[in-house]
Design a protein around this ligand. Structure first.
Ligand SMILES: NC(=O)C1=CN([C@@H]2O[C@H](COP(=O)(O)OP(=O)(O)OC[C@H]3O[C@@H](n4cnc5c(N)ncnc54)[C@H](O)[C@@H]3O)[C@@H](O)[C@H]2O)C=CC1
Ligand SMILES: O=C(CO)COP(=O)(O)O
Length: 367
Protein backbone atom coordinates (compact mmCIF):
# COMPACT_ATOMS: atom_id res chain seq x y z
CA UNK A 1 0.00 0.00 0.00
CA UNK A 2 1.07 3.59 -0.63
CA UNK A 3 2.19 5.66 2.35
CA UNK A 4 0.35 8.71 3.72
CA UNK A 5 0.13 11.60 1.25
CA UNK A 6 2.91 14.14 1.12
CA UNK A 7 1.84 17.11 3.22
CA UNK A 8 3.54 20.29 2.04
CA UNK A 9 3.83 20.91 -1.69
CA UNK A 10 6.06 23.55 -3.29
CA UNK A 11 5.23 24.57 -6.87
CA UNK A 12 8.07 26.12 -8.88
CA UNK A 13 6.79 28.30 -11.71
CA UNK A 14 3.73 30.51 -11.44
CA UNK A 15 2.63 30.45 -15.06
CA UNK A 16 -0.88 29.25 -15.86
CA UNK A 17 -0.11 25.58 -15.25
CA UNK A 18 1.88 26.06 -12.03
CA UNK A 19 -0.91 28.20 -10.64
CA UNK A 20 -3.59 25.66 -11.57
CA UNK A 21 -1.53 22.84 -10.03
CA UNK A 22 -1.07 24.88 -6.83
CA UNK A 23 -4.87 25.23 -6.67
CA UNK A 24 -5.21 21.50 -7.30
CA UNK A 25 -2.88 20.61 -4.44
CA UNK A 26 -4.70 23.06 -2.19
CA UNK A 27 -8.06 21.47 -3.06
CA UNK A 28 -6.51 18.10 -2.24
CA UNK A 29 -5.79 19.37 1.28
CA UNK A 30 -2.08 20.06 0.97
CA UNK A 31 -0.24 23.07 2.36
CA UNK A 32 0.98 24.86 -0.76
CA UNK A 33 3.61 27.44 -1.62
CA UNK A 34 4.14 28.80 -5.13
CA UNK A 35 7.35 30.34 -6.51
CA UNK A 36 6.94 33.11 -9.06
CA UNK A 37 9.83 34.42 -11.12
CA UNK A 38 8.28 37.80 -11.88
CA UNK A 39 8.00 40.41 -9.12
CA UNK A 40 4.82 41.77 -10.73
CA UNK A 41 3.18 38.35 -10.35
CA UNK A 42 4.04 38.25 -6.64
CA UNK A 43 2.70 41.80 -6.28
CA UNK A 44 -0.49 41.12 -8.24
CA UNK A 45 -1.28 38.08 -6.09
CA UNK A 46 -0.52 40.00 -2.88
CA UNK A 47 -2.78 42.83 -4.05
CA UNK A 48 -5.85 41.01 -5.41
CA UNK A 49 -5.10 37.25 -5.32
CA UNK A 50 -4.98 37.11 -9.15
CA UNK A 51 -2.09 35.93 -11.32
CA UNK A 52 -1.81 37.73 -14.69
CA UNK A 53 -0.91 34.33 -16.27
CA UNK A 54 -4.30 32.93 -15.16
CA UNK A 55 -6.34 36.03 -14.36
CA UNK A 56 -9.85 34.58 -14.25
CA UNK A 57 -9.35 32.40 -11.18
CA UNK A 58 -8.67 33.81 -7.70
CA UNK A 59 -5.83 32.16 -5.78
CA UNK A 60 -6.92 30.98 -2.32
CA UNK A 61 -5.41 33.00 0.52
CA UNK A 62 -3.85 29.84 2.00
CA UNK A 63 -1.49 29.46 -0.99
CA UNK A 64 1.71 31.37 -0.19
CA UNK A 65 3.09 33.05 -3.33
CA UNK A 66 6.67 34.30 -3.18
CA UNK A 67 9.80 34.99 -5.24
CA UNK A 68 12.01 33.57 -2.48
CA UNK A 69 12.98 30.09 -3.65
CA UNK A 70 14.43 28.92 -0.32
CA UNK A 71 11.32 29.99 1.56
CA UNK A 72 9.02 28.31 -0.96
CA UNK A 73 10.75 24.92 -0.79
CA UNK A 74 11.35 24.96 2.97
CA UNK A 75 9.75 21.90 4.62
CA UNK A 76 8.30 20.73 1.30
CA UNK A 77 7.57 17.02 0.98
CA UNK A 78 7.12 17.33 -2.78
CA UNK A 79 8.35 19.87 -5.33
CA UNK A 80 6.41 20.39 -8.55
CA UNK A 81 8.60 21.78 -11.37
CA UNK A 82 6.45 23.76 -13.84
CA UNK A 83 8.74 26.11 -15.74
CA UNK A 84 8.82 25.84 -19.55
CA UNK A 85 11.08 23.11 -20.95
CA UNK A 86 13.99 25.26 -22.09
CA UNK A 87 14.30 26.82 -18.61
CA UNK A 88 14.06 23.60 -16.63
CA UNK A 89 17.79 22.94 -16.43
CA UNK A 90 18.62 26.28 -14.80
CA UNK A 91 15.64 26.04 -12.49
CA UNK A 92 16.43 22.47 -11.42
CA UNK A 93 19.98 23.58 -10.56
CA UNK A 94 18.68 26.52 -8.50
CA UNK A 95 16.14 24.36 -6.64
CA UNK A 96 18.73 21.65 -5.94
CA UNK A 97 20.90 24.23 -4.19
CA UNK A 98 18.20 24.97 -1.59
CA UNK A 99 16.14 21.76 -1.33
CA UNK A 100 16.56 19.20 1.44
CA UNK A 101 18.02 15.84 0.39
CA UNK A 102 15.60 13.11 -0.62
CA UNK A 103 12.59 15.35 -1.35
CA UNK A 104 11.02 14.10 -4.59
CA UNK A 105 10.25 16.28 -7.60
CA UNK A 106 7.57 15.94 -10.24
CA UNK A 107 8.22 17.34 -13.71
CA UNK A 108 5.30 19.07 -15.45
CA UNK A 109 7.03 20.83 -18.36
CA UNK A 110 6.29 19.41 -21.80
CA UNK A 111 9.31 19.37 -24.05
CA UNK A 112 12.77 18.19 -25.05
CA UNK A 113 15.92 20.25 -24.56
CA UNK A 114 17.14 21.88 -27.77
CA UNK A 115 20.50 20.68 -29.14
CA UNK A 116 21.14 18.09 -26.40
CA UNK A 117 17.88 16.26 -27.26
CA UNK A 118 17.50 15.40 -23.61
CA UNK A 119 14.20 14.60 -21.95
CA UNK A 120 13.18 16.68 -18.94
CA UNK A 121 13.80 13.61 -16.75
CA UNK A 122 17.40 13.40 -18.04
CA UNK A 123 17.93 17.04 -17.16
CA UNK A 124 16.60 16.55 -13.63
CA UNK A 125 18.76 13.45 -13.20
CA UNK A 126 21.80 15.51 -14.19
CA UNK A 127 21.02 18.63 -12.18
CA UNK A 128 19.44 16.95 -9.15
CA UNK A 129 21.45 13.72 -8.96
CA UNK A 130 19.91 10.87 -7.01
CA UNK A 131 16.69 12.73 -6.27
CA UNK A 132 13.47 10.71 -6.67
CA UNK A 133 11.53 11.99 -9.67
CA UNK A 134 8.24 11.52 -11.50
CA UNK A 135 6.51 13.05 -14.53
CA UNK A 136 2.97 14.43 -14.68
CA UNK A 137 1.30 14.95 -18.05
CA UNK A 138 -2.01 14.56 -19.87
CA UNK A 139 -4.95 16.50 -21.30
CA UNK A 140 -5.19 19.42 -18.90
CA UNK A 141 -5.79 23.01 -19.93
CA UNK A 142 -4.77 25.08 -16.90
CA UNK A 143 -7.91 27.22 -16.99
CA UNK A 144 -10.21 24.18 -16.90
CA UNK A 145 -8.24 22.66 -14.03
CA UNK A 146 -8.46 25.96 -12.14
CA UNK A 147 -12.20 26.03 -12.80
CA UNK A 148 -12.55 22.54 -11.37
CA UNK A 149 -13.53 20.79 -14.60
CA UNK A 150 -13.06 17.02 -14.30
CA UNK A 151 -9.54 16.27 -15.52
CA UNK A 152 -7.51 13.05 -15.76
CA UNK A 153 -3.72 12.96 -16.05
CA UNK A 154 -0.91 10.42 -15.85
CA UNK A 155 1.82 10.44 -13.21
CA UNK A 156 4.76 8.19 -14.04
CA UNK A 157 7.76 7.05 -12.03
CA UNK A 158 10.22 4.26 -12.76
CA UNK A 159 9.69 2.63 -9.37
CA UNK A 160 6.09 1.83 -10.36
CA UNK A 161 7.40 -0.98 -12.60
CA UNK A 162 7.25 -4.60 -11.42
CA UNK A 163 3.61 -5.28 -10.67
CA UNK A 164 0.71 -4.09 -8.58
CA UNK A 165 2.59 -3.86 -5.30
CA UNK A 166 5.38 -1.77 -6.78
CA UNK A 167 2.87 0.50 -8.50
CA UNK A 168 0.85 0.97 -5.30
CA UNK A 169 3.86 2.02 -3.25
CA UNK A 170 5.62 4.00 -5.98
CA UNK A 171 6.44 7.69 -6.03
CA UNK A 172 3.80 8.08 -8.75
CA UNK A 173 1.20 6.61 -6.38
CA UNK A 174 2.23 8.98 -3.57
CA UNK A 175 1.91 11.94 -5.90
CA UNK A 176 -1.51 10.75 -7.10
CA UNK A 177 -2.64 10.56 -3.47
CA UNK A 178 -1.18 13.98 -2.70
CA UNK A 179 -2.78 15.77 -5.66
CA UNK A 180 -5.94 13.82 -6.47
CA UNK A 181 -9.25 15.41 -5.58
CA UNK A 182 -12.85 15.15 -6.72
CA UNK A 183 -12.20 16.94 -9.99
CA UNK A 184 -8.54 16.01 -10.59
CA UNK A 185 -7.96 12.31 -11.24
CA UNK A 186 -4.37 11.14 -11.69
CA UNK A 187 -3.46 7.65 -12.95
CA UNK A 188 -0.26 5.76 -12.04
CA UNK A 189 2.22 4.76 -14.76
CA UNK A 190 5.66 3.16 -14.79
CA UNK A 191 6.63 4.66 -18.15
CA UNK A 192 8.02 8.18 -17.67
CA UNK A 193 9.65 8.14 -21.11
CA UNK A 194 6.40 7.38 -22.95
CA UNK A 195 4.60 10.05 -20.92
CA UNK A 196 7.27 12.65 -21.62
CA UNK A 197 7.46 12.00 -25.35
CA UNK A 198 3.66 12.33 -25.59
CA UNK A 199 3.74 15.77 -23.98
CA UNK A 200 6.63 17.04 -26.09
CA UNK A 201 5.43 15.84 -29.49
CA UNK A 202 1.75 16.70 -29.19
CA UNK A 203 2.57 20.41 -29.02
CA UNK A 204 4.33 20.25 -32.39
CA UNK A 205 1.40 18.34 -33.89
CA UNK A 206 -1.03 20.90 -32.42
CA UNK A 207 0.79 23.58 -34.42
CA UNK A 208 0.29 21.46 -37.57
CA UNK A 209 -3.44 21.14 -36.83
CA UNK A 210 -3.66 24.86 -36.12
CA UNK A 211 -2.01 25.63 -39.45
CA UNK A 212 -4.54 23.41 -41.24
CA UNK A 213 -7.37 25.18 -39.43
CA UNK A 214 -5.95 28.59 -40.27
CA UNK A 215 -5.78 27.59 -43.92
CA UNK A 216 -9.50 26.87 -43.79
CA UNK A 217 -9.07 23.09 -44.02
CA UNK A 218 -11.83 20.92 -42.59
CA UNK A 219 -12.19 17.91 -40.33
CA UNK A 220 -10.63 15.29 -42.64
CA UNK A 221 -7.17 16.88 -42.63
CA UNK A 222 -7.27 17.30 -38.86
CA UNK A 223 -8.13 13.63 -38.33
CA UNK A 224 -5.33 12.65 -40.71
CA UNK A 225 -2.81 14.86 -38.91
CA UNK A 226 -3.82 13.56 -35.48
CA UNK A 227 -3.67 9.91 -36.56
CA UNK A 228 -0.47 10.07 -38.57
CA UNK A 229 0.98 12.37 -35.91
CA UNK A 230 0.24 9.70 -33.34
CA UNK A 231 2.22 7.24 -35.49
CA UNK A 232 5.19 9.65 -35.33
CA UNK A 233 4.81 10.06 -31.58
CA UNK A 234 4.70 6.29 -31.15
CA UNK A 235 7.85 5.75 -33.22
CA UNK A 236 9.82 8.28 -31.19
CA UNK A 237 8.53 6.99 -27.85
CA UNK A 238 9.46 3.41 -28.73
CA UNK A 239 12.89 4.43 -30.02
CA UNK A 240 13.56 5.99 -26.61
CA UNK A 241 12.30 2.95 -24.69
CA UNK A 242 8.75 4.16 -24.03
CA UNK A 243 5.78 1.83 -24.37
CA UNK A 244 3.16 1.73 -27.09
CA UNK A 245 0.41 1.41 -24.48
CA UNK A 246 1.39 4.75 -22.93
CA UNK A 247 1.05 6.48 -26.28
CA UNK A 248 -2.60 5.40 -26.45
CA UNK A 249 -3.20 6.73 -22.92
CA UNK A 250 -3.92 10.14 -21.42
CA UNK A 251 -0.45 11.57 -21.98
CA UNK A 252 -0.44 10.44 -25.63
CA UNK A 253 -3.66 10.32 -27.57
CA UNK A 254 -5.54 12.06 -24.74
CA UNK A 255 -3.42 15.20 -24.83
CA UNK A 256 -3.01 15.02 -28.59
CA UNK A 257 -6.75 15.12 -29.27
CA UNK A 258 -7.29 17.89 -26.71
CA UNK A 259 -4.55 20.15 -27.98
CA UNK A 260 -5.13 19.51 -31.68
CA UNK A 261 -8.78 20.47 -31.59
CA UNK A 262 -9.15 23.57 -29.43
CA UNK A 263 -8.33 27.23 -29.79
CA UNK A 264 -7.75 27.14 -26.02
CA UNK A 265 -4.41 25.56 -26.90
CA UNK A 266 -1.64 28.11 -27.32
CA UNK A 267 0.11 25.79 -29.75
CA UNK A 268 -3.00 25.26 -31.88
CA UNK A 269 -3.71 29.01 -31.87
CA UNK A 270 -0.13 29.78 -32.82
CA UNK A 271 -0.39 27.39 -35.78
CA UNK A 272 -3.74 28.88 -36.73
CA UNK A 273 -2.20 32.36 -36.89
CA UNK A 274 0.50 30.96 -39.21
CA UNK A 275 -2.11 29.32 -41.41
CA UNK A 276 -3.91 32.68 -41.61
CA UNK A 277 -0.76 34.31 -42.97
CA UNK A 278 1.27 35.58 -40.01
CA UNK A 279 4.98 34.91 -39.73
CA UNK A 280 6.14 32.98 -36.63
CA UNK A 281 7.60 36.21 -35.24
CA UNK A 282 4.32 38.08 -35.72
CA UNK A 283 2.31 35.23 -34.19
CA UNK A 284 4.49 35.15 -31.06
CA UNK A 285 5.02 38.92 -30.71
CA UNK A 286 4.16 40.36 -27.31
CA UNK A 287 3.14 37.00 -25.83
CA UNK A 288 4.41 36.20 -22.33
CA UNK A 289 2.88 32.73 -22.35
CA UNK A 290 4.65 29.80 -24.01
CA UNK A 291 3.82 27.83 -27.14
CA UNK A 292 6.21 24.98 -26.34
CA UNK A 293 5.84 23.41 -29.79
CA UNK A 294 7.47 26.42 -31.44
CA UNK A 295 10.79 25.60 -29.77
CA UNK A 296 10.19 21.89 -29.53
CA UNK A 297 9.63 21.46 -33.28
CA UNK A 298 13.39 21.93 -33.45
CA UNK A 299 14.33 19.70 -30.51
CA UNK A 300 11.91 16.90 -31.48
CA UNK A 301 13.17 16.74 -35.06
CA UNK A 302 16.82 17.01 -34.00
CA UNK A 303 16.33 14.03 -31.72
CA UNK A 304 14.31 12.05 -34.28
CA UNK A 305 17.01 12.46 -36.92
CA UNK A 306 19.68 11.38 -34.46
CA UNK A 307 17.67 8.22 -33.71
CA UNK A 308 16.72 7.58 -37.35
CA UNK A 309 13.01 8.02 -36.60
CA UNK A 310 10.79 9.29 -39.40
CA UNK A 311 8.56 12.20 -38.32
CA UNK A 312 7.43 13.97 -41.50
CA UNK A 313 4.69 16.12 -39.93
CA UNK A 314 7.01 17.38 -37.19
CA UNK A 315 9.71 17.93 -39.82
CA UNK A 316 7.27 20.01 -41.87
CA UNK A 317 6.37 22.16 -38.84
CA UNK A 318 10.05 22.62 -38.04
CA UNK A 319 10.87 23.56 -41.63
CA UNK A 320 8.03 26.13 -41.67
CA UNK A 321 9.06 27.66 -38.35
CA UNK A 322 12.81 27.55 -38.57
CA UNK A 323 13.93 26.96 -42.17
CA UNK A 324 11.62 29.25 -44.12
CA UNK A 325 9.63 26.53 -45.93
CA UNK A 326 6.34 27.95 -47.18
CA UNK A 327 3.18 26.41 -45.78
CA UNK A 328 1.99 25.71 -49.29
CA UNK A 329 5.12 23.71 -50.14
CA UNK A 330 5.00 21.88 -46.82
CA UNK A 331 1.41 20.77 -47.37
CA UNK A 332 2.16 19.64 -50.93
CA UNK A 333 5.26 17.78 -49.82
CA UNK A 334 3.36 15.92 -47.09
CA UNK A 335 0.55 14.95 -49.41
CA UNK A 336 2.85 13.66 -52.16
CA UNK A 337 5.13 11.56 -49.99
CA UNK A 338 5.59 8.02 -51.29
CA UNK A 339 2.70 5.63 -50.73
CA UNK A 340 3.31 3.46 -47.68
CA UNK A 341 1.57 0.72 -45.71
CA UNK A 342 -0.33 1.83 -42.62
CA UNK A 343 0.58 -1.33 -40.71
CA UNK A 344 3.71 -0.99 -38.62
CA UNK A 345 5.07 -4.34 -39.69
CA UNK A 346 4.80 -3.62 -43.42
CA UNK A 347 5.52 0.09 -43.30
CA UNK A 348 9.31 0.00 -43.57
CA UNK A 349 9.15 -2.41 -46.51
CA UNK A 350 6.46 -0.85 -48.71
CA UNK A 351 7.44 2.39 -50.44
CA UNK A 352 5.82 3.22 -53.77
CA UNK A 353 6.35 6.48 -55.63
CA UNK A 354 3.40 8.82 -55.23
CA UNK A 355 1.47 9.16 -58.50
CA UNK A 356 2.09 12.91 -58.61
CA UNK A 357 5.48 13.00 -56.91
CA UNK A 358 7.31 13.58 -60.17
CA UNK A 359 5.49 16.94 -60.34
CA UNK A 360 7.42 18.37 -57.43
CA UNK A 361 10.40 16.33 -56.40
CA UNK A 362 12.07 19.29 -54.74
CA UNK A 363 9.29 19.89 -52.19
CA UNK A 364 8.91 16.17 -51.68
CA UNK A 365 12.56 15.83 -50.80
CA UNK A 366 12.23 18.34 -48.00
CA UNK A 367 10.08 16.17 -45.77
N1 LIG B 1 -0.95 26.06 -19.52
C1 LIG B 1 -1.38 24.80 -19.63
O1 LIG B 1 -2.59 24.59 -19.83
C2 LIG B 1 -0.44 23.66 -19.47
C3 LIG B 1 0.94 23.84 -19.56
N2 LIG B 1 1.77 22.79 -19.45
C4 LIG B 1 3.21 22.94 -19.53
O2 LIG B 1 3.68 23.61 -18.37
C5 LIG B 1 4.87 24.35 -18.66
C6 LIG B 1 4.70 25.77 -18.14
O3 LIG B 1 3.68 26.38 -18.90
P1 LIG B 1 2.68 27.47 -18.34
O4 LIG B 1 2.56 27.42 -16.88
O5 LIG B 1 1.45 27.36 -19.14
O6 LIG B 1 3.46 28.82 -18.69
P2 LIG B 1 2.84 30.24 -19.04
O7 LIG B 1 2.87 30.39 -20.52
O8 LIG B 1 1.54 30.45 -18.38
O9 LIG B 1 3.87 31.22 -18.39
C7 LIG B 1 5.22 31.31 -18.81
C8 LIG B 1 6.07 30.81 -17.69
O10 LIG B 1 7.43 30.83 -18.09
C9 LIG B 1 8.19 31.33 -17.01
N3 LIG B 1 9.46 31.85 -17.49
C10 LIG B 1 9.69 32.78 -18.44
N4 LIG B 1 11.00 32.98 -18.57
C11 LIG B 1 11.62 32.15 -17.69
C12 LIG B 1 12.97 31.89 -17.35
N5 LIG B 1 13.97 32.52 -17.95
N6 LIG B 1 13.23 30.97 -16.40
C13 LIG B 1 12.23 30.30 -15.79
N7 LIG B 1 10.92 30.50 -16.06
C14 LIG B 1 10.63 31.42 -17.00
C15 LIG B 1 7.31 32.39 -16.42
O11 LIG B 1 7.73 32.76 -15.14
C16 LIG B 1 5.97 31.67 -16.42
O12 LIG B 1 5.88 30.83 -15.30
C17 LIG B 1 5.07 24.24 -20.18
O13 LIG B 1 6.01 23.26 -20.45
C18 LIG B 1 3.70 23.81 -20.69
O14 LIG B 1 3.76 23.06 -21.88
C19 LIG B 1 1.30 21.53 -19.22
C20 LIG B 1 -0.05 21.30 -19.10
C21 LIG B 1 -1.02 22.35 -19.22
O1 LIG C 1 -0.57 20.99 -22.54
C1 LIG C 1 -1.64 21.54 -22.56
C2 LIG C 1 -2.90 20.83 -22.27
O2 LIG C 1 -2.70 19.52 -21.85
C3 LIG C 1 -1.71 22.97 -22.90
O3 LIG C 1 -1.56 23.11 -24.27
P1 LIG C 1 -1.04 24.48 -24.87
O4 LIG C 1 0.31 24.75 -24.28
O5 LIG C 1 -1.01 24.29 -26.35
O6 LIG C 1 -2.03 25.55 -24.47
Amino acid sequence: MAEAPLDKVAVIGAGAWGTALAMTAHRAGRRVSLWAREADVVEAVARDRRNPFLPDYPIPAEIAVSGDLSAVVAQAGLVILVVPSQFLRGMARAVEAVLAAGVPVVICAKGIETDSGKLMSDIVAEEMPGRPQAVLSGPSFASEVAEGQPTAVTVASEDAAGGAEAASSSLAAKICLALGNESFRPYISDDPVGVEVGGAVKNVLAIACGIADGLGMGSNPRAALITRGLAELKRLAEALGGRRETVTGLAGIGDLTLTCSSTQSRNFSFGRALGQGMTPEEALAGKKSVAEGAVNARSVTQLARRLGVEMPICEAVNAILHDGLSIRDAVQALLTRPIKAESRELEPHVILPHPSAANDLQANDMV
